[in-house]
Design a protein around this ligand. Structure first.
Ligand SMILES: [Ca+2]
Ligand SMILES: [Ca+2]
Length: 175
């Protein structure tokens, strides 16, 4: 799972970093990413269909998309994957489905299991029950006590950010 997050974020950054904020995708960046990296994930890749897709994913209508949208689109679809980024998304989706046993939400105990099992290498607090509880609370936007797929992808984005900060941090010390 950690490798999948790393791969996903790496590709995301390549496209998001082309113009404006490097944390979000503009319309042009999103078009490029979809056509080059996600041809199997998005069934219709002509320009107007991608515009439509972007509109439907752009929750706050600021014309920018963040990492979370990528997972959102994928749930409950099982196409054959050929691209690295799609593979990475698939791994993350499958991890969620396995942990939730096919349900739409992770309850507290499955969330705890997922974090301690899958993210132990990245998060220092992955074995602390209270830290995981705090984390779950922070992710639970609709306060229903469970972690939805969307909320799970917020966590992925957070983990990816942490990993890239660590990487750039260690690069600076090295040079
Ligand atoms: Ca950008
Ligand atoms: Ca929730």
């Amino acid at each position: 799972m950690e490798a999948a997050i790393r791969e996903l974020f790496k590709v995301f950054k390549v496209y998001a970093g082309q113009e404006g904020s490097s944390n979000t995708l503009s319309r042009a960046e999103f078009h490029k990413l979809v056509t080059s990296e996600l041809p199997n994930l998005v069934e219709n890749t002509d320009a107007s269909a991608i515009d439509q897709l972007m509109k439907s994913l752009d929750e706050n209508s600021d014309g920018q998309l963040n990492l979370r949208i990528l997972g959102q689109k994928q749930l409950k679809k099982k196409p054959r994957f050929t691209h690295k980024m799609e593979d990475a998304i698939k791994t993350l989706v499958m991890t969620f489905i396995k942990s939730s046993k096919g349900k739409d939400n992770l309850d507290s105990s499955s969330f705890k299991k997922l974090v301690s099992k899958q993210l132990g290498g990245i998060m220092e607090d992955a074995n602390s029950s209270s830290a995981i509880k705090e984390m779950q609370k922070g992710l639970d936007e609709n306060s229903d006590g469970k972690v939805s797929f969307q909320e799970y992808f917020t966590l992925i984005g957070y983990v990816a950010k942490t990993m890239s900060q660590k990487q750039s941090g260690s690069a600076e010390t090295a040079s």
